[in-house]
Each structure stands twice: as C-alpha cells, then as structure tokens.
Ligand binder design. Structure first.
Ligand code: ACM
Ligand code: ZN
Length: 473
C-alpha cells in the first residue's frame, strides 16, 4: 500500500489488482443516501474513477482523496468515513492578524485534510478584531494596542486592525464552498480588556482599561452584575449571527479571574438575587444567559472547559477541553451526555515548539479521553494556534504543520488504523498538496527532536517567552 499515501489515512483500502495512470481517467460521481453524510466510496480502476457519497460533502471528501492519488496508481476501492463529526482548527487573529489570503490557504489545507470547522478567535485582551456596525467604536478603538511586548517578540508602535463585515462574510463563503463551518469566538467574561477599553462602565470598577500589550491572564473581566453588560454583548452577538450562519458560536469562558467579582457590589447583588453560591456559579449563570440568548436565535454555544467549574452548564452547550486537571469534561460527558471537543494543551497547542510538543506526541494522543464511557460524546478534535509569539505566516505554518495534519488524521481515521511512523511517511507525500496551496511545513528533522534538544528547546522557549500560566489563578 506504499503508493497510496493519503492524509488522513482512509479507513478501508482494498487493492483490486492492476495499476492505472490516474490522470488519464474520467471521474463519475453519484449520491447514495444509504451512506453517511460524510461517507464516500471511491473506486479507481481501468474503467475510471467512481465516487459515491452520502452527500455532496462526502463526494467532496472523495475528491480530496483522489487529489492525493498521483501518477501510476494501484487499482483500489476506498470505503471511508470519519471517526469524529467535528474536525477543526483554531486561529488566534488577535495577538497577530493574518490576511484573508493567508487564512484562505489554511482553509484550503483544512479542506484537503477533510476538516470541517474553522474556529476563528477574534476577540481578546490585546484587540477586538470584528467590525460591529451597531457599535463602531468596538473595532475602531478596541482593535488598537499601543505596542506589542510578547516575550522576546517586541514590536514598537501601535498594532491594530480588524476584519470588516464583508471580509468576514468572504471567509464564511470561502469556507462554505469547502464544507468548512466558521465558528467565530467572542471570548467572555474574561479576556475582555479590549472591549472594556471601549466600555469601561461594564467592568466591575468602571475605571479605564488598556488594550493589553502583552500575554497573560488579566483581572479585567466583564461585570456580571450590570445589565448594560448584556445589552452590549447581545448587540455584538446579534451582529455576529448575521455574519456567521454556524449552528455554534464560541463564547469563550476561559481564564476569567474572580478577583473583581468578589468585591463588586453589582456582582454580589446578582449572586444574592439569583440565589447563587459563589463567583464560580456566577460565571455559570453569566454563561447560561448567553446560551439562552443564542438559543432564542436558534443557535448553540461552545465554551472552554473552565465554564464547567460552576456545575451549571447543561448539555446543549459543547465544551472544548484544553486544560482540565479535574476531568470536568469527562464528567460532563458521562453524567450529562454532553459533547466534548478535544484540544489538549499539552498535545495539541501548536504555539509551543516541537521540543515541547513533538509531532508523535500530538499524533498519538487519544481523542477519546480516559474515563469517557460513550465515545460518541467526543464530538471531535481541534488543533489550536495562539499567536502571541507568531507574527508571520511562514512561522505560523512551521508551527502548525505537520501537527495540524496529525490532529486532522485523529479526527478522521479510526484509532486502530493510525500509526505514527506511517503518518510521517505519508505526510511527506502530502507536502506536495501543501506546497500547491502555498504552505511550507516544518522539515522532518524538526518533528521529533531527541531528548537533549527537547530539554534545551523547552528551556529556551520558556526563558524567552514567560507565557501566561495556564489556568490555576
Ligand atoms: C486557552 O488556551 N486559554 C483556551
Ligand atoms: Zn461586577
């Protein structure tokens, strides 16, 4: 099977005997409603190529497989469907922005790897990057920081910019043509310094807040006690819903310090009036207000796993696991039947160097988390990249690929069909697809550094970029 080098690896491949020149063959496609909505059967023999799919999306996936079959190829029947329904990547366009052309290249790569979700991180402490017609100052004032001081990556002068409604719609359309859903993230109640810079009155203290210039976890969170907080949030969300047709909207919920909530008269009144026990429950209540708003508009929420600490989040929300030492996501899945997206910090975060997160560590991570009773509660996997320390597309690609493809394969290929050495070999062929797209991956030499380089590289990274301490505030 050495000449069938497809990423992600198809789940069933049968050789039919003989070989054919792929380029000489005609392609016929048809729908078979008996197949799953992402399931296809590709047959390639002397008579041509046939792709039968359960939907147009499934036929599209058959075409992605065909695009990786090159030259003289063994006659083959591929019967294929994904391990998980959700297969995504996340791009942080706050710490550093990327152009539409660059984002489209990532979407092309995702589509070729049969991924179906682009989680677009658009708001954070260091900038608010979505234009909101109803509230122009959010982008005009909230997108600009006075300097950038991310560890050793220091850039003098203002850094700003945002995506216009037309640009965001262009990305939505580009994705839709490739069966990728854009899931925009408005991160709240924490990571809101940029929004609080525009509306300091919806912070607990009401004092001026700077758009942050460096990475970290900041105490400036939205006040959960003031009604105006929700007026502003709902205005922003309403406009997001006009631009992004996705069933799910990401509403963040990570790293929200409770320091100000503890002493804020408005937050404390809210706690009393709604019969909550503490500030953790207040975050649960806050999140449920947003979830109810989205529900009233026919949408649902994805939240980062800290939202589960309140014990108040219901199974309608999908939880994205990134750092979960207490296994709250496993409990959410087992006790409530809630769905989980797996993006484990130690295995999937591509902003960390290969010395810290080697390719095989990413590849071998099991998507069905330890302790999960029903594997169908794992909605899928997502590979995130945060861009505090990444300020250009070449670096982004180096950090993302091949780990991006490793997570895509975990999302698509059943565990029993995966093999790290085989993936590395196939990825070398897949690099041709990436270079057609305009993406250059890290060279093989860098994928799995030896132990000494790992230790040195980890120390070097830590020394030059003392990053936010994950969670545990
Ligand atoms: C996260 O990395 N704070 C979700
Ligand atoms: Zn407050």
């Amino acid at each position: 099977m050495e000449r069938i080098n497809i990423v992600p690896k198809p789940n069933k491949t049968e050789l039919l005997g003989g070989e054919v020149e792929v380029a000489s063959l005609g392609v016929q496609t048809s729908l078979d409603p008996a197949l799953g909505s992402e399931e296809y059967i590709l047959t390639l023999d002397e008579s041509g190529v046939q792709i039968v799919g359960g939907s147009e999306q499934a036929i599209f996936y058959g075409r992605q497989t065909l695009a990786q079959l090159k030259g003289i190829c063994p006659c083959v029947k591929i019967t294929d469907k994904p391990a998980h329904g959700y297969r995504g990547f996340m791009l942080d366009c706050v710490r550093h922005m990327f152009s539409l052309d660059e984002i489209k290249k990532l979407i092309d790569a995702a589509a070729s790897l049969k991924m179906n979700a682009f989680h677009w991180h658009l708001t954070d402490d260091q900038g608010f990057r979505m234009w909101i017609d109803r509230r122009p100052s959010v982008a005009i004032e909230g997108s600009v920081r006075r300097a950038s001081e991310f560890g050793s990556l220091k850039e003098d002068g203002e850094y700003g910019g945002y995506y216009t409604s037309k640009q965001m719609k262009e990305i939505v359309d580009y994705c839709a043509e490739r069966y990728v859903t854009v899931i925009p993230e408005f991160d709240m109640p924490g990571h809101c310094s940029a929004l609080l810079h525009v509306y300091p009155q919806i912070g607990c203290k009401g004092t001026p807040v700077e758009v942050k210039t460096h990475q970290g976890i900041f105490p400036d969170v939205l006040c959960a006690g003031k009604d105006e907080t929700f007026e502003i949030i709902f205005d922003i969300l309403e406009e997001m819903l006009e631009i992004f047709p996705s069933e799910y909207i990401h509403i963040g919920g990570d790293e929200a310090p409770k320091k100000h909530w503890k002493t804020c008269p408005d937050c404390q009144r809210r706690i009393r009036q709604t019969g909550l026990k503490n500030e953790e429950e207040l975050q649960g209540w806050f999140t449920n207000e947003i979830i109810a708003f989205l529900k009233s508009k026919g949408r649902k929420a994805i939240v980062w796993n800290e939202s589960l600490k309140s014990g108040l989040i219901g199974k309608d929300a999908v939880v994205q696991m990134w750092m979960d030492p207490k296994n709250t996501c496993v409990d959410f899945a087992n006790k409530l039947g809630g769905k989980v997206i797996v993006s484990d910090f130690f295995h999937y975060y591509c902003d960390y160097p290969y010395e810290m997160t080697p390719l095989d560590k990413t590849y071998n991570y099991k998507s069905v988390l330890k302790g999960i009773k029903d594997s169908s509660t794992v909605y899928g996997v997502e590979v995130p990249i945060w861009t505090e320390f990444i300020n250009n597309f070449e670096r982004l690609n180096y950090m993302f690929f091949p780990r991006f493809a490793a997570v895509a394969e975990t999302g698509w290929t059943n565990e029993e069909n995966k093999n790290a050495a085989d993936f590395r070999r196939r990825f070398k062929s897949y690099s041709a697809t990436l270079s057609r797209i305009g993406i250059v991956a890290a060279p093989p030499h860098d994928w799995n550094p030896p132990a000494l380089s790992r230790a040195v590289g980890t120390l070097k990274f830590m020394n030059s970029n003392v990053r936010k301490k994950p969670e545990n505030k």
